[in-house]
Design a protein around this ligand. Structure first.
Ligand SMILES: CC(C)(COP(=O)(O)OP(=O)(O)OC[C@H]1O[C@@H](n2cnc3c(N)ncnc32)[C@H](O)[C@@H]1OP(=O)(O)O)[C@@H](O)C(=O)NCCC(=O)NCCS
Length: 169
C-alpha cells in the first residue's frame, strides 16, 4: 500500500538518506536539510510504502521580480532507485499540485526534464513571460504550472527560488 502524507520531523534522517541515494552527490540532501531550518513556508510530502519512506518532494516559495506575487518552486524530488518508474514520483507531483491549488498558490515552477513535467500540466514558462534566474537554462526546461491565471504577474519577470538554491547550484 502506498500513501502520500506530509513530511514529519521524524522523517528527516530517512529523507536525507533517500536524497543521498537518489542523487549522484550530496548537494540535494544538504539543500533540503538547510531549507527546513531557514525557509518559512516550505511544503514537503513523502511517499510511504508498507511503512517505508520511498519518495520525497519539496516545494519552496518563489518570488517574481517586479511583483509581490509569491508562487512555489518544485525541487528537489526523489524516489528510491529500487522504487522508480512505478508512478510514485507522479503521485507526489500530483498530490503537491493539488494541495497548492487548494491553498490558493498561483503557480509552481520547475526546472527539469521537458518530457516529464508537461504530463502534470507544466508548460514552458516563457509563454507566461516568466524567466529563469540562471543563465544557460534551455527555454523548454524551465516550466510553470499555472494554478490561478488571474493572479499571475501579467508583465512576467524573473522567477526566483530561495537564495539557498543559488548556494547549492
Ligand atoms: C525523477 C524521479 C523522482 C521520478 O520518479 P519516478 O517514481 O521514477 O517517476 P514515475 O514513475 O512517476 O515516472 C516515470 C517517468 O519519469 C521519467 N523519468 C524519470 N527520471 C527521468 C529523468 N532523469 N529524465 C527524464 N525522464 C525521467 C521516466 O522516463 C518515466 O517516463 P515514462 O512513464 O514516460 O516512461 C526519480 O527518477 C528520481 O528520484 N530520480 C533521481 C533524482 C532526480 O533526478 N530528481 C529530479 C530532479 S529534482
Amino acid at each position: 500500500m502506498m500513501e502520500i502524507r506530509n513530511e514529519e520531523p521524524t522523517d528527516r534522517d530517512t529523507v536525507r538518506h533517500l536524497n543521498l541515494t537518489a542523487f549522484d552527490n550530496g548537494s540535494e540532501a544538504a539543500l533540503v536539510d538547510k531549507l527546513r531550518t531557514s525557509c518559512k513556508g516550505y511544503l514537503a510530502f513523502v511517499a510511504v510504502e508498507d511503512g517505508t519512506v520511498v519518495g520525497h518532494i519539496l516545494f519552496t516559495p518563489v518570488t517574481v521580480d517586479g511583483s509581490n506575487v509569491v508562487g512555489m518552486g518544485l525541487a528537489p524530488m526523489a524516489v528510491l532507485p529500487s522504487h522508480q518508474r512505478k508512478g510514485i514520483g507522479s503521485q507526489l507531483v500530483r498530490h503537491g499540485l493539488e494541495h497548492l491549488r487548494q491553498s490558493g498558490c498561483p503557480f509552481v515552477i520547475v526546472l527539469g526534464h521537458p518530457e516529464y513535467y508537461p504530463r502534470f500540466g507544466f508548460e514552458v514558462a516563457s509563454r507566461y513571460r516568466l524567466r529563469c534566474q540562471w543563465e544557460g537554462v534551455p527555454d523548454e526546461a524551465f516550466m510553470v504550472a499555472v494554478l490561478d491565471n488571474d493572479a499571475l504577474p501579467k508583465a512576467g519577470g524573473i522567477a526566483r527560488y530561495r537564495g539557498e538554491f543559488d548556494d547549492a547550484i
